[in-house]
Write a protein that binds this ligand. Structure first.
Ligand code: GLU
Length: 508
């Protein structure tokens, strides 16, 4: 490619960032970086009715967490600033007027009542949602159906108007999609979309084309749900005289529900018990919080890795990729056309693998705030690093570290005595009493010495060590799970080990 590659992610700040949105951003980013180009964040906030306070910062935070850093954006203005469409609103009207001038768009003065009336009149079984299009535009109140003087008068009187694109008739609009190849649409099926609203704000259709042009975007990635809008955009590029500069399109496949067909929605996540947003989203209107992957304990490395493989295949067996490896391996030829089913178990598998890859030190740094928020007191970082080392293998999510390591930091409050009562004997009780004496006299406290003294005493008393391990575990952990018991004793120290044992022996 001779030209500098410039891609963009163009979300509307309307709420939480769905994983499909993050995947669009990711592919756009990977493609740009692969070709040593720039990745732009453009905030499409022209629809004031859908605007949600805080959503833009939330999107920026989600991208930052994922390590998908825009080269240009509202928070990092570059040559093509501003990057927020609401701050560019004065730029768009001239292009709408240019289109009216060249005969490719027109003023429409219809009131909402008139539009409603048209829809009601034309509605039939065959045509349940009639459109404002070539078949009917001449019956409506617009600069095509009215005389020039009538239009001028209405404009002079400041009659509210919108500007609509005049879609061609009997034309096949085709374009080449990087994933889907040639796509053809019948122009007759597409309505005359509004380009400029009565309040002077552009609609998405006008703004996306103008901005992609002015920001010199070379490749536009977006979700498959935007395919029906593509013919309008193609015509706008042509009518504005910019066809030569039109970006290459890539309409990404949908992320599908795990069970059944259709796009994975927030409701599916709620129903099946997993998040669909990248990070926790606090809705300022309802006050509700929707869970995100980050807060559930996903690592960003795992999150982007699993997203990359939803719709793209590397062509090799390998599944674990760092961001740099993804950039090197990414190619549009291996992006699938078909939707990709989301599998939460597989997502957790990725996270487990990435947790195992983390160094103990890095993992401890991530886990520390989680444990302290839950009330654990961590005074010694080197102790935490050792604990992380011992339990890492058992943790699928970062939040699992709490449950998997709490007994290394605190004595249990409850003990599952039922698990041992059935096989409990006086001999076993004596064993533990005698062993406490031995443990108290140990001068070096380390797991191999603890284990040896345990085994020696069991042999001496002719009790199978296996029968004593569960009671010992219940004494230290309170429950049947956890890492090797001698490692636990080693970690918590002599005093704590002996105290926990005495406490349970007093109960049995
Ligand atoms: N603003 C659109 C959205 O919210 C962007 C579509 C596009 O990338 O063209 O998804």
């Amino acid at each position: 490619m001779n030209q500098e590659v410039r891609t963009r992610f163009a979300p509307s700040p309307t709420g939480g960032l769905h994983l499909g949105g993050v995947r669009t951003a990711l592919f756009s980013y990977l493609f740009a970086k692969k070709h040593k180009g720039s990745f732009v964040l453009r905030v499409e906030d022209t629809d004031q009715n859908r605007y949600v306070e805080g959503a833009e910062q939330y999107i920026i935070d989600c991208l930052a967490w994922c390590g998908i850093s825009p080269d240009e954006g509202p928070h990092k203005p570059g040559e093509y600033a501003p990057y927020r469409q609401s701050e560019r609103k004065l730029m768009y009207k001239q292009y709408a007027l240019q289109l009216v001038e060249s005969g490719h768009a027109y003023y429409a003065f219809d009131t909402s009542e008139e539009l409603e009336k048209m829809r009601e009149e034309l509605k039939s079984e065959k045509n349940p949602s009639p459109q404002y299009d070539a078949s009917h535009r001449m019956h409506m109140k617009n600069s095509l159906s009215l005389l020039k003087e009538e239009t001028d008068k209405l404009l002079q009187e400041n009659t509210p108007y919108v500007i609509r694109i005049k879609m061609p008739q009997n034309e096949i609009i085709s374009f080449n999609d990087m994933i889907r190849g040639e796509i053809k649409n019948e122009a007759d099926l597409v309505d005359d979309k509004v380009l400029l609203k009565a309040d002077g704000m552009p609609t998405y259709h006008l703004a996306v084309v103008v901005d992609d042009y002015l920001m010199k975007i070379t490749h536009a990635f977006r979700g498959e749900e935007w395919l029906p809008s593509a013919p309008v955009h193609i015509k706008l590029w042509e009518y504005l005289g910019w066809k030569e500069s039109m970006p290459q399109w890539a309409h990404l496949p949908l992320i599908l529900k795990p069970d059944g067909n259709g796009k994975l929605s927030k409701r599916d996540g709620d129903r099946l018990g997993f998040p669909v947003f990248a990070m926790d989203w606090h809705d300022p209107k309802t006050g509700d919080t929707t869970k995100g992957f980050k807060e559930l304990g996903f690592l960003p490395e795992a999150f982007i890795n699993l997203l990359a493989l939803l719709g793209w295949h590397s062509g090799e067996e390998k599944e674990l990729f760092t961001k740099e490896e993804l950039i090197a391996a990414f190619s549009m030829e291996r992006v699938h056309k078909g939707g990709a089913k989301f599998d939460f178990d597989k997502a957790k598998w990725f996270n487990h693998e990435w947790i195992k890859k983390l160094s103990d030190e890095d993992c401890a740094a991530l886990v520390k705030p989680i444990l302290t928020t839950k009330g654990l007191k961590i005074e010694d970082d080197s102790f935490l690093i050792k604990a992380v080392h011992l339990v890492k293998e058992r943790c699928v999510l970062l939040n699992d570290f709490y449950e998997q390591s709490i007994y290394l930091f605190e004595s249990p409050f409850t003990f599952d005595l039922e698990a041992i009562q059935a096989k409990w004997t006086d001999e076993k009780k004596l064993f533990f009493i005698d062993w406490i004496n031995i443990l108290e006299s140990l001068s070096v406290w380390q797991f191999s010495d603890i284990e040896t003294s345990f085994k020696n005493l069991a042999t001496e008393k002719n009790i199978k060590p296996g029968e004593l391990q569960l009671p010992f575990r219940i004494m230290l952990v309170g429950a049947k799970h956890g890492i090797g018991v001698f490692h636990i004793a080693d970690m918590i120290g002599k005093e704590d080990t002996v105290n926990r044992m005495k406490k349970v022996l007093g109960m049995l």
